[in-house]
Design a protein around this ligand. Structure first.
Ligand code: ADP
Ligand code: MG
Length: 480
């Protein structure tokens, strides 16, 4: 995202320098979500926004005229006001537009008014045309954040959560560039107990790993702020959500899309393996999508469990979700020495899920528990769910999900598998990964390759998948 100039902006614009003077009187702050908007502190009782020059915030001032939506904005598109009501002071957004003002994706409607709250997103004319995020300065409570982070970033809404804690949307002060800030509370990860691992060290290894990597399908690291109690890892923001949620919402991917996404995943993991790194925790929650589009760039994240395999000192405790765990980890109960082949297994499980919409192993199986299913490689491709999916796709899954790690296909070999003999798909992947090269001939020399995923199930029926917050469940009776 382009950084925003701080000079040629209007009164009330939020910037590092004037923050102290603004802070006392401002009750709200608008952060820009679109390139043609600027940050603004709200201290007056009412503001009008629109295409017209008479607005308090005229869009025409900020390069917005060039934006494809500019003509769709109304002269006065919306108003924000702060009013005292019988239930206290509230901030209202009033939609004055013909084409609509959206709060968190819902159209307010011309002449209608609604309360806006901290972290609400305002879009104009189109649901997808996000303009601002509202921050309620009276309720924003970042007083417990260390000064080191507050000096550089404003942290806002939660983007996701994982084993390590929270990931929040952050705006850099001054430029308002957006990032994902992973917040790791060190206390939580102190050692203790027989199998405890010093996770704080592990986290520092995540930082070290990420800094050394450069690949379009691997999350970029911007900054690290280490304070006595909390570590902040400032990451490139990825806006399309988790692959996990996408699979859940789509039921499954069509085969061509799955192939495009999975190819990127394999390329990125092959790049990792070439650097001597095993990810160890590959799962759809840790594969992020750049955009909401079906055909999109993927980014692998969460290197918290990764290790330089050649550096020895393999972690003896495994914390992965069993669904994606390679059999050799279960067989040795986490005490063995593993190779990068564990990632190939996890990728096989991910491909299975993308294509079928349910996982290969199920807790609900009566005759065999989950670890036994995994250790024995007991998974099948029931016709009713797989009939529209190509033999090549199934063959690649079988080669990735081979119980004997020594016989399992390597990612280098996976890339030459017949399923990936698809020039059109590869060209699309190249264009997503290297949009500036304008070449379909592969990445520039010495730029690492990436991976992608997604497959189409053709006319195959959608298996009824039960889903919950953190699992993808198989259909009731996968014939096993
Ligand atoms: P953990 O180690 O706690 O699992 P992750 O790095 O996997 O942490 O982050 C947890 C969640 O936060 C992810 O699954 C995702 O939803 C969200 N997230 C993480 N990094 C980003 C990012 N760079 N951009 C957007 N969302 C992110
Ligand atoms: Mg994670």
């Amino acid at each position: 995202m382009a950084t925003l100039p701080t000079q040629d902006v209007m009164d009330g614009e939020y910037s590092e320098e004037d923050e102290s003077s603004q802070e006392s009187s401002a009750w709200g702050r608008l952060f820009p979500l679109g390139e043609s908007f600027i940050a603004l502190d709200l201290s007056k009782e009412e503001y009008s926004f629109g295409r017209g020059d008479n607005c308090d915030v005229p869009f025409s001032n900020n390069g917005a005229k060039k934006h494809q939506c500019f003509q769709a904005y109304s002269k006065v598109h919306f108003k924000i006001s702060r009013q005292l009501t019988t239930t206290g002071v509230h901030v209202f957004l009033e939609d004055m537009s013909s084409n609509g003002t959206f709060v968190n994706g819902e159209k307010v409607g011309k002449g209608c008014k609604q309360v806006i709250n901290n972290n609400d997103e305002i879009a104009l004319a189109l649901k997808k045309n996000k303009a601002f995020m509202y921050m309620d300065l009276s309720s924003a409570n970042d007083s417990d954040l260390p000064a080191e982070i507050k000096e550089k970033y404003t942290l806002t809404k939660t983007l996701g959560r994982g084993a390590c804690g929270e990931v929040r949307l952050g705006f850099s002060k001054g430029s308002c560039e957006r990032f994902a800030v992973k917040i790791i509370t060190k206390k939580k990860f102190s050692t203790g107990g027989k199998h405890a691992v010093n996770l704080s060290k592990q986290v520092m290894s995540e930082v070290k790993i990420l800094k050394a990597l450069k690949h379009p399908c691997i999350i970029g690291i911007e900054d690290v702020i280490d304070t006595p109690e909390v570590l902040f890892i400032v990451l490139e923001l990825v806006e399309g959500g988790e692959l996990f949620d996408k699979v859940v919402s789509l039921s499954q991917y069509d085969e061509p899309t799955a192939k495009l996404l999975f190819y990127q995943m394999v390329l990125a993991c092959k790049y990792l393996h070439d650097q001597g790194i095993t990810h160890r925790d590959l799962k759809p929650e840790n594969i992020l999508l750049s955009t909401d589009d079906k055909e999109t760039l993927i980014k692998i994240t969460d290197f918290g469990l990764s290790k330089f395999v050649d550096a020895g000192s393999m972690m003896k405790t495994f914390c992965g979700t069993p669904t994606y765990l390679a059999p050799e980890i279960l067989i040795t109960a986490g005490t063995g020495t593993y190779t990068k082949a564990i990632d190939a297994w996890s990728l096989g499980v991910i491909l299975f899920i993308c294509l079928a919409g349910y996982p290969p192993f199920s807790d609900e199986r009566k005759d065999m528990d989950l670890p036994k299913q995994i250790m024995g490689g007991h998974y099948t491709f029931p016709k009713q769910y797989w009939k529209g999916i190509s033999e090549d796709a199934i063959d690649l899954i079988k080669k990735l999900m081979t119980v004997d790690a020594k016989k399992r296909i390597t990612l280098a070999d996976a890339l030459t598998h017949p399923w990936f003999k698809d020039e059109e798909m590869k060209e699309k992947a190249q264009a997503l990964m290297y949009p500036d090269t304008g070449s379909s001939m592969g990445p520039p020399v010495s730029v690492p390759k990436k991976r992608s995923i997604e497959v189409g199930a053709g006319e195959g029926p959608s298996p009824k998948r039960k889903t919950s917050q953190d699992t993808v469940s198989p259909p009731k009776t996968p014939s096993v």
